[in-house]
Design a protein around this ligand. Structure first.
Ligand code: DUC
Ligand code: ZN
Length: 457
């Protein structure tokens, strides 16, 4: 079965062009100024932008956090992703300390296989470090897991500086890469104890206990560990001015550092934690939302190329789940929904606002994630031989984010009421029409993506 996308503006990271795109089966067969294919069904793309399917390389579906489980599992999360123009997610498989990586990988396959609407791969969390975990790394890579996650905070996850250094050495030897959550655990604990002692137990205390400098300290330390290990590394959900200064210093030393940020750090502010009636709880995530000056610096970092990817850290909880933290802000489960709104937010507040070009948006959402996470050649561009993952975006019109219209499994949205420019008309996954005008047509069309080693750039 062939499909011909006619008269599109095809947007890739390396340029845009007016073109026709011929899809045969799951793959893009031809991109050219004018294509004739009499047996193909034709999709008229006049006036539409054609983006490669976005990749969200930072989601947490069906994850146990703080005595509860994220509101979105692979069913609802995959559906929300696809509806938002994200045709592939890379979720974090997360064994508990004491469990093998293989156990964690199989558990995540059970959660996802057979009922995910978008394609999916897994990063593996290293929250324990010993000879048997080290010995499992090649088997993970053989099963398509070429990226790993480590934490410099959270007692249940962190492994300490020595093990982080050793793991970075091991991953460098294997050609894999780690993304690291950078916040200083000791400083956070100390600040939390002080707030509790002062009886300051509401959400307004949350950002005060996780200051920008505590993130920057951990970023700086990680980058020195990575320098010692001679390893490339990713700083995930990077939020602030001082963290970017540490990254610039490491690059000046000659290090390879890849930087991820998220829409919430570009668009939402720490003053929201002070909202009345416990509304601040809706925004609890780690690291926390920062200040307008940090937002401006992040946008500048996107435009300048200092930041390579925008992913969501989608980790959703309902308002009832958030209520678990009434009376103790440390018990509010942390994380925000985002997988369904990322593309339209970046288009509106990045491209239409003149902060980034549409080609840069595709680089941040699709191409760089594909390269860094071993999917390039299949995902991340509208090019011959790549998967036919296509988003037809109509730049005309305006609407607003409304939680009630979204399929993400939460009863609020942190961007409620934010105006959006344009809308997603259709989403195609490997040559199949899966979303049309907001309706998800295919619920289980996603397949597991075994990934190659990172393509360092
Ligand atoms: N931060 C969050 O806010 N949620 C999930 C994990 C994380 O690092
Ligand atoms: Zn995360």
């Amino acid at each position: 079965m062939k499909t011909l996308f006619r008269n599109a503006t095809v947007v890739n990271a390396d340029g845009s062009r007016a073109a026709d795109v011929l899809v045969c089966g799951e793959k893009i067969e031809l991109v050219a100024e004018h294509v004739e294919s009499p047996d193909a069904r034709v999709v008229d793309c006049t006036g539409l932008l054609l983006f490669p399917g976005a990749i969200d390389a930072h989601t947490h579906f069906d994850l146990d956090v703080a005595n509860t489980t994220t509101a979105d599992d692979f069913r609802s999360g995959g559906r929300a992703a696809l509806r938002g123009g994200t045709t592939a997610v890379i979720d974090f498989a997360c064994p508990n300390k004491g469990e093998s990586l293989q156990y964690g990988l199989e558990l995540w396959h059970k959660k996802a296989d057979g009922h995910t609407a978008c394609d999916y791969g897994f990063h593996m969390t290293i929250d324990d470090w010993n000879p048997s975990i080290r010995a499992e790394l090649p088997a993970m890579i053989a099963q398509g897991v070429s990226s790993f996650k480590m934490y410099l905070t959270y007692p249940a996850m962190m492994i300490g500086d020595g093990p982080v250094y050793e793991a970075l050495c091991a991953l460098r030897e294997l050609g894999a890469i780690a993304g690291v959550h950078c916040e200083n655990a000791g400083v956070i604990d100390s600040l939390i104890a002080a707030r509790k002692a002062a009886g300051e137990l509401g959400p307004a205390s949350h950002p005060l206990c996780r200051p920008a400098l505590a993130e920057a300290e951990a970023v700086g330390r990680l980058l020195k560990l990575a320098a010692l290990a001679e390893a490339p590394v990713v700083t995930v959900h990077t939020t602030c001015v001082p963290a970017l200064a540490e990254i610039a210093a490491a690059r000046a030393r000659g290090q390879k550092v890849y930087v991820e940020t998220c829409p919430q750090y570009l668009l939402l502010e720490d003053r929201y934690y002070g909202l009345r009636n416990f509304e601040g709880a809706r925004y609890v995530c780690a690291p926390p939302l920062r200040k307008p000056a940090d937002q401006a610096r992040l946008w500048q970092g996107l435009a300048s190329g200092e930041i390579q990817t925008v992913n969501t850290d989608h980790c959703s909880f309902t308002l009832a789940q958030r209520d678990m933290g009434r009376g103790d802000f440390t018990k509010i489960p942390g994380g925000l929904p985002g997988v369904e709104t990322r593309l339209a937010l970046l288009y509106t507040y990045g491209v239409v606002a003149g902060r980034i070009t549409k080609e840069k948006m595709v680089e941040l959402l699709s191409a760089n994630n594909a390269k860094l996470y071993g999917l390039w050649g299949r995902k991340g561009a509208i090019k011959e031989g790549f998967d036919a993952d296509l988003v037809l975006y109509d730049p005309k019109g305006e609407h607003a984010v409304r939680a009630a219209e979204l399929v993400t499994n939460v009863d609020y949205n942190p961007y409620e009421g934010f105006p959006l420019n344009g809308s997603i008309r259709q989403v195609w996954l490997r040559g199949r029409l899966c979303v049309e005008n907001g309706t998800v047509l295919e619920e289980k069309s996603g397949t597991y993506l075994p990934r190659e080693l990172p393509l360092l750039f």
